[in-house]
Design a protein around this ligand. Structure first.
Ligand SMILES: [Ca+2]
Ligand SMILES: [Ca+2]
Length: 682
């Protein structure tokens, strides 16, 4: 005996119990799942082998839900009372899973017995399902398909020998009248009232034999079809004995669904006659007088119960007596129980025997597994934009949806549509939706959300939000005052040009080229004042908004000093992101001039010339660093100098470092350049 472990596969499945059922070697185990973690796994009998709690994590259940196995064997579902649960089984832990039953968890859980295995082992899993109760004709109650234990345990008082306990699966739902057929109803359909106890047409009809009850159903079917109250494929009929007991129990497992005097007219309170229907308390499913008042004809010929599991039992094809259920106004407690069986020859007419009608579901309630008619489509967006995915699907309602990103469930993404607001790189990936109903589930083809890495202008790199240590450690070679180390968090991502603005780009936007070093328009523009660098960003924003390349919510701007150092470091912590001559034009290799951009190696984030070539304006006023951690710093509110960074072609080694700071009068035109950032307007 082994316990193969826990897995989590389907969105609707909250917990799994997996056990092996060997015919000659029964074993039981109990597993506990709390907030998604297997917190306990213990064998209660038999078996050998591994019994340790595995480390797999099932999806967190919204409500405690357990599947346990008890000697018998039987499978017990426990959880919040009223929780609707579907149990699936499979011969292999990897599936495919076959829906086995729907159960409604009662106050004491719900047990299924008779787990005779097909093959030498079976796996079971349980998950919650939503309530698909449709509406039917007035005064009819929809009875879910499901499973229950029919018959009584050996310990039930007044138990009869023929109440052999076994699991019954009712694979199809049906409607059941919430009351015994009244004399008024019978008169309206049949044109006569055979009842002994008259004087009130709300009393149940009695003194009808089985064939008359069937004839009533047939005539009512014709009448209601003609009136359009039911479809041509629906028909009224007597409930089967299993349907009757399932409905009478309404999830209860005891002698009856409530205290006898509260729920039924019996020998102790009926005054020896029938009483108007619906004058006692209904059961949990809204059905009246299932116990007492009049006994009720069922559809079946009487037969002894099987010992295993029965699916949609209908009784034998031939027999002597028809099943009668529920006891009557004239019966003692022993025969007014949910499980008590009576039977009579079908032509018997007597004043304690009536019936109630069931209505077959017809094809409209056949469960159809979901099928996707239109899968979600891939989309490309820029940072901060909105991406929407939608799926079109057919199948029996209600359908449940679970969206996934790269195979992982997205919390709360349980509608037919899924919207990604303020898209960031972390949102990129493959989106799928799993659509389920009790008949099955289907997964859409993936829709890829692509973040547009190029922004409006080519050559931009997306810089993810993050936290880094700004400044330099005291031991860094070339360190100067003002590089106080402190933690900076950048809460928003942004695009950053992977190169210094070239003379060509500047000329295109501003119509002029102020640079000192000319002759190649791929050199960085320089001799640009801070004000002109800002003006460039404004004009580029206007131009690209007009061209539809960026949205009205996006704008080019200078990076903040913190953004600049964060991007320059690209995750590194040393003086520079690489070996100086490999990454930068500086005093030692530039030949005392600017060089075309992107000739040296980029940093890990794909940014060129962050160090060297031209100094780069940042947006901040120059000021002392704060002490402690800061988020999204933008520098002082005013000052004399604007920050410039990275050193240039003429700088010594101590200035071409990630942390080196300089500031200049914003009007100065020295050999300073810049590179723009692009972000949502802040
Ligand atoms: Ca009754
Ligand atoms: Ca530079």
């Amino acid at each position: 005996m082994r316990f193969p472990g826990w897995i989590s596969r389907a969105a609707t499945v909250m917990a799994f119990f997996c056990g092996l059922l060997n015919a000659g070697e029964p074993a039981t185990a109990v597993a506990t799942v709390i907030t998604g973690l297997v917190t306990g796994l213990s064998a209660t009998s038999g078996g050998s082998g591994s019994l340790s709690a595995p480390d797999a994590r099932p999806a967190a259940p919204p409500l405690p839900l357990r599947l346990t196995m008890d000697p018998g064997p039987s499978l017990k579902v426990s959880g919040a009372s009223g929780l609707k649960v579907r149990v699936d089984w499979s011969g292999e832990i990897s599936g495919p899973w076959t829906p086995w039953s729907n159960v409604v968890v009662g106050a004491s859980g719900f047990a299924l017995v008779g787990l005779s295995g097909e093959g030498d082992r079976r796996f079971y899993r349980a998950g919650t399902v939503s309530d698909p109760r449709p509406t039917g004709p007035t005064d009819f109650v929809w009875i879910e398909p499901g499973a229950f234990v029919m018959g009584t345990s050996l310990s039930e008082p007044d138990r009869q020998y023929d109440e052999v306990q076994h699991t019954v699966i009712l694979s199809r739902g049906f409607w059941l009248s919430n009351h015994e057929v009244t004399q008024g109803e019978y008169l309206a359909v049949m044109g006569k009232n055979p009842s002994f106890y008259t004087g009130n047409t709300n009393r149940p009809v009695e003194s009808v034999h089985w064939n008359e009850a069937v004839e009533y159903c047939k005539k009512l079917t014709e009448k209601d079809r003609a009136a359009g109250r039911i479809t041509a494929s629906q028909e009224y009929r007597l409930p089967t004995e299993a349907e009757w007991e399932y409905a009478a129990r309404a999830g209860t497992t005891g002698q009856r669904h409530g205290e006898l005097d509260q729920i039924g007219w019996w020998a102790g309170n009926s005054m020896s006659k029938t009483n108007p229907v619906k004058t006692k308390a209904a059961n949990a499913w809204g059905l009246y007088d299932m116990i007492g008042n009049v006994m009720e004809w069922c559809a079946d010929w009487r037969e002894e119960y099987p010992t295993g599991t029965a699916v949609d039992p209908m009784g034998p094809e031939l027999g002597d007596v028809r099943v009668v259920r529920g006891g009557s106004w004239g019966n003692p407690p022993a025969s007014t129980r949910s499980a008590y069986r009576s039977s009579f020859r079908p032509y018997l007419r007597t004043d304690f025997l009536g019936f109630r009608t069931a209505l077959s579901a017809g094809p409209t309630t056949e469960l159809v597994a979901p099928s996707i008619t239109a899968s979600p489509q891939g989309v490309t967006v820029r940072s901060g934009q909105t991406a929407r995915f939608t799926v079109m699907v057919t199948g029996t309602a209600p359908l449940t949806f679970q969206w996934q990103l790269n195979g992982v469930d997205l919390p709360g993404a349980t509608a037919a549509n899924y919207t990604v607001n303020n898209a960031q790189l972390a949102n990129a990936g493959e989106y799928r939706v799993v659509v389920s109903n009790p008949a099955g589930s289907v997964t859409s083809t993936p829709a890829v959300l692509t973040m547009n890495q190029t922004a409006g202008t080519s050559g931009f790199v997306w810089i993810q939000p993050g936290t880094f240590l700004m400044g330099s450690p005291s031991g860094e070679e070339g360190r100067s005052n003002g590089e106080l180390q402190h933690t900076v968090t950048l809460s928003q991502g942004f695009w950053l040009s992977d190169h210094e603005v070239t003379q060509s780009e500047y000329l295109s936007v501003m119509g002029s080229n102020p640079s000192f070093f000319t002759g190649d328009l791929n050199r960085p523009v320089e001799t640009v004042s801070w004000d002109n660098a800002v003006r460039y960003c404004q004009k580029l924003t206007e131009r690209e908004r007009a061209a539809g390349l960026i949205t009205a919510q996006e704008a080019y701007r200078l990076p903040t000093e913190a953004e600049w150092e964060y991007a320059a470091r690209a995750g590194t912590t040393g003086a520079r992101h690489g070996e100086l001559d490999a990454i930068a034009w500086w005093l030692g290799n530039s030949g005392s001039q600017t060089r075309p951009v992107k000739q040296k190696a980029p940093n890990a984030w794909g940014l060129y010339d962050m160090i060297g070539n031209v100094w780069e304006w940042c947006s901040d006023w120059y000021g002392a660093y704060p002490i402690g951690s800061v988020t999204d710093p933008i520098g002082p509110g005013s000052g004399n100098d604007r920050v410039d960074r990275g050193g240039g072609w003429g700088s010594g080694a101590e200035r071409v470092r990630s942390a080196y700071r300089d500031g200049d009068d914003p009007g100065t035109r020295k050999t300073l350049g810049f590179r723009p950032a692009l972000s949502l307007v802040r």
